[in-house]
Design a protein around this ligand. Structure first.
Ligand code: CA
Ligand code: ZN
Length: 291
């Protein structure tokens, strides 16, 4: 069955208390209208987040989408079938944002047009590669702002969460309660200035329940799996991603952790997803040939 959920159904935090906006069955398709990360409040270069900006409405995620029969301990598998972006996106940077935010003297906005598959930025035409910034399930307890990433998903800002990918997310509450938003028409690893090309989109997903337990978000692409992990600094995020990847490699090959660690060292890449959210996100790329 095909469902549609509009961008008027949004949450600003993922919470065990949220109730589902719609309920679907495993195997159903959902067409999800997503809002941009500023709730479409910045539509001209005269507007910036520096002036009278309402920070209570950032990072809206459309949902929650409940999946009939999903139980804590299960995994939701979200196949991203299509991401159709709007024809105009927005970028923003401000003093102090990201590793080189000292180069910026005041908040600046850049409106970016999308024309026949390219973003037009300062007269450069750059091929777009749309991705989903925020995607996650409700956590076990409490409430996590959609601006923050974690083992439930959230603001992962990972370029591999794109058309053709599958995202595996742990289920913590009945139904899972998936929400997603914050599409970027284009972004580089790190998201260094604090934003990608932030844009409204219509995302077509297929959702299935898998009766197995995972430790945190995993993305599957053509040739690889990516174990995604977020912690307060790069060292801790790296340790989490590498440990989770090594455990997966050891289990699937029935080899000791020490040998799986060696195999990871020669075959896997430790990559940066983003360094600008409240927690840093990294990912370990595991080529399918070693799993
Ligand atoms: Ca984001
Ligand atoms: Zn964003």
């Amino acid at each position: 069955m095909v469902h549609r959920i509009g961008r008027d159904n949004v949450v600003y935090s993922m919470s065990a208390e949220n109730s589902s906006a719609i309920v679907v069955n495993s195997g159903d398709t959902v067409i999800v209208e997503t809002e941009d990360c500023f709730s479409h409040a910045i539509v001209s270069e005269k507007q910036t987040v520096g002036r009278n900006f309402d920070f209570s409405h950032i990072n809206p995620a459309t949902g929650p989408i409940g999946v009939q029969g999903a139980k804590p301990g299960d995994t939701l598998v979200v196949s991203v079938e299509k991401i159709e972006v709007d024809d105009t996106g927005v970028m923003e940077t401000c003093p102090g944002w990201g590793p080189a935010g000292n180069l910026v003297t005041e908040c600046v906005t850049e409106i970016v047009k999308i024309e026949s598959g390219c973003a037009v930025f300062m007269n450069k035409k750059l091929k777009i590669s749309p991705m989903i910034g925020v995607i996650g399930n409700s956590p076990e307890s409490g409430s996590i702002s959609c601006g923050t990433p974690g083992i439930h998903g959230g603001n992962l800002d990972t370029v591999d969460i794109r058309e053709g990918s599958k995202i595996y997310l742990p289920v913590f509450v009945e139904g899972g309660n998936l929400s997603l938003g914050d599409v970027h028409a284009k972004m580089g690893d790190g998201e260094v200035c604090g934003t990608g090309i932030e844009i409204r989109a219509v995302v077509t997903i297929r959702i299935e329940i898998e009766k197995r337990t995972i430790e945190g978000p995993i993305v599957e692409c053509d040739n690889a799996f990516y174990v995604i992990h977020s912690e307060k600094n790069f060292e801790e995020a790296s340790r989490g991603a590498v440990e989770r990847a090594v455990r997966l490699i050891a289990e699937s090959n029935s080899i000791p952790l020490s040998r799986a660690y060696m195999l990871a060292s020669i075959s896997c890449d430790l990559l940066v997803s983003q360094v600008v959210n409240p927690l840093v996100t990294v990912r370990m790329r595991i080529p399918k040939e070693i799993l």
